[in-house]
Design a binder for this molecule. Structure first.
Ligand code: SF4
Length: 197
């Protein structure tokens, strides 16, 4: 489709559900203006306080990513990207780990040395979760970028394989999973939406 840089936060959206990312990317269902948001972040929002850097914008042609690290923790000589998340349950998921891995790869590229650790801060429960970055994370980032770049406007992905995800999905009104299962049963095969056919 394109070789444009992928937003790290969109790695998370795609991992959650490729169909959800397709709607967000091609239909702009949330009215986001990427250029304006990123430009503001890049030029105005970076600040350093003690051992912390707030809102560090990075991009890399070689990796194919761009994005803003919420907080970079520099304590004890380490460099740990921290991503804030809303999660009342006190849990985070694989899609969140892939996102923080994307920030670690961007930071590696920026500083020219390995970054083996990220962190997720769950602000509703005030928990900071340590995320060691593995080869599986690195592979997932690379594969997801390739999958995202191969998407096209005329080919909407199938329904997600866990209907529970659809309960919380903001693009549900566009996706209409139950109606899709009725009208396009081939898109529901193996997804758990067969019950709605
Ligand atoms: S409603 Fe379900 S299948 Fe549709 S985009 Fe959202 S998560 Fe994916």
């Amino acid at each position: 489709m394109t070789d444009e840089l992928v937003n790290v936060s969109d790695l998370n959206q795609f991992q959650y559900c490729p169909r959800r990312y397709w709607y967000l990317h091609f239909f702009d269902t949330q009215g986001r203006n990427y250029q304006r948001v990123e430009g503001k972040t890049r030029h105005e929002n970076q600040a350093t306080r003690g051992d912390w850097v707030n809102e560090l914008y990075l991009e890399s042609e070689s990796i194919g990513l761009k994005g803003k690290i919420d907080v970079l923790d520099l304590e004890d000589g380490r460099k740990v990207p921290v991503e804030r998340k809303r999660a009342r349950s006190g849990e985070y998921h694989w899609n969140d780990e892939v996102q923080i891995a994307g920030y670690c790869l961007l930071l590696e590229d920026h500083i020219g040395e390995p970054v083996h650790e990220g962190a997720i801060y769950l602000y509703e429960t005030d928990q900071r979760m340590h995320v060691p970055i593995t080869q599986d994370h690195r592979n997932a980032v690379k594969d997801t970028i390739e999958d995202m770049r191969s998407m096209s406007p005329d080919s909407v992905p199938s329904l997600v394989d866990n209907p529970n995800k659809c309960e919380k999905c903001s693009t549900r009104e566009y996706c209409m999973p139950a109606e899709t299962a009725q009208l396009e049963p081939e898109r529901a095969q193996g997804t758990g939406w067969e019950d709605h056919i």
